[in-house]
Write a protein that binds this ligand. Structure first.
Ligand SMILES: C[S@@+](CC[C@H](N)C(=O)[O-])C[C@H]1O[C@@H](n2cnc3c(N)ncnc32)[C@H](O)[C@@H]1O
Length: 322
């Protein structure tokens, strides 16, 4: 259950696609500041030290520009966002109401895919682009299957770090650090990865709703390949990626992504067609049902209705490294 006031949205909202209520709450600033430290610092498992030992300056929480993590939090009905995020996210929803069911569908896919990883024997997960904690988080889903699963969370947004201590860190088998997907070396060589991940055993790599924040000139396929090459055979990759394939221009999807650019959000949004997303799985064999619209990926219940499918503009899949 989501412990935050307002709670997590229900599946009903996914169907109805109602925009989340406009939150009046302000995101929490970090309680203490350590100046001049690196962007890849680790939160510890002690809640108080986790909130004070993040090792990044408060100034890094930029409240002058919308942040994708905080906008996503708004789509999910969360309250860990600032006015600048709410304005931009609401503009997106006004232009493209399916942003909300797409975000909810993404979170539901993430839960099913983590359960699949755990049930298929994966005992260690690297979750890059964690997002602001929204229960259940990756480790909570994984631990329902097996409490010994280790999870290393990574995000480049300091606001995620401020909440990591309270919501992402468990009994020593989880960790969080700030780092950037575009710098694989700094992630793969980070001490938290060294502590939690054994690269001689299969790893679950999660790149869920993050690669559409990577521009073509930043080489998303090359980045995925850098992580893939560090993983042993039998590792799994969970990936989801936004697309315009199910939303012709008149649905407003193109206008919505322009909001990220025009509002000078910290990352732009890059929709990709199926062939491009499929290319990201190079070196992996997709498990059934392949790369599909998210609600079609191993649904818990009956096959999703047409109306639900029509509102989710994201592909998802899980691949096993050859
Ligand atoms: C849409 S949220 C997805 C959160 C979660 N993976 C999920 O699917 O529910 C995208 C997350 O990726 C993070 N992110 C975006 N670009 C990133 C980058 N270059 N490096 C690390 N994290 C990034 C954002 O801060 C945000 O938390």
């Amino acid at each position: 259950m989501d412990p935050r006031p307002g709670g997590a949205p229900t599946v009903l909202r996914m169907v109805l696609g109602r925009p989340p209520r406009l939150s009046t709450c302000t995101a929490h600033a970090p309680r203490s500041t350590r100046l001049g430290t690196s962007r890849s610092s680790e939160a510890t498992t002690d809640r108080r030290t986790a909130l004070t030992d993040q090792g990044f300056p408060t100034a890094e929480i930029d409240t002058s520009r919308p942040h994708p993590a905080r906008m996503y939090d708004y789509y999910l009905g969360g309250k860990d966002n600032y006015e600048v995020d709410r304005v931009a996210a609401q503009q997106v929803i006004d232009l493209f109401p399916d942003a909300v069911p797409s975000a909810l569908g993404n979170r539901a896919f993430m839960h099913r895919a983590v359960r699949f990883l755990a049930e298929s024997g994966v005992r260690q997960i690297i979750d890059i682009g964690t997002g602001i904690p929204t229960a259940p988080n990756t480790h909570q889903v994984a631990h329902e299957v097996s409490p010994d699963i280790k999870v290393a969370y990574v995000d480049n947004d300091p606001i995620v770090a401020t909440h990591a201590g309270a919501h992402l860190l468990g009994a020593g088998n989880t960790g969080f650090f700030l780092a950037d997907l575009r710098d694989p070396e700094s992630i793969l060589s980070h001490p938290t990865i060294g502590r939690l991940i054994d690269f001689d055993q299969p790893v679950g790599l999660m790149l869920v709703a993050i690669l559409h924040f990577i521009r073509d000139d930043e080489d998303p396929a090359g980045l995925v390949a850098a992580y893939r090459d560090a993983l042993p055979a039998g590792s799994r990759m969970v990936l989801s990626h936004a697309t315009a394939d199910f939303h012709p221009p008149e649905t407003g999807s193109g206008d919505a992504i322009d909001v990220y650019r025009q509002s000078k959000a910290t990352a732009t949004f890059n929709l990709r067609a199926r062939a491009e997303v499929l290319g990201l799985f190079d070196g992996f064999e997709l498990v059934d049902p392949g790369l599909v619209q998210l609600p079609l990926w191993r649904p818990d219940g009956p096959a999703p209705a047409e109306q639900e499918l029509a509102r989710v503009g994201i592909y998802g899949g899980v691949g096993i490294k050859n």
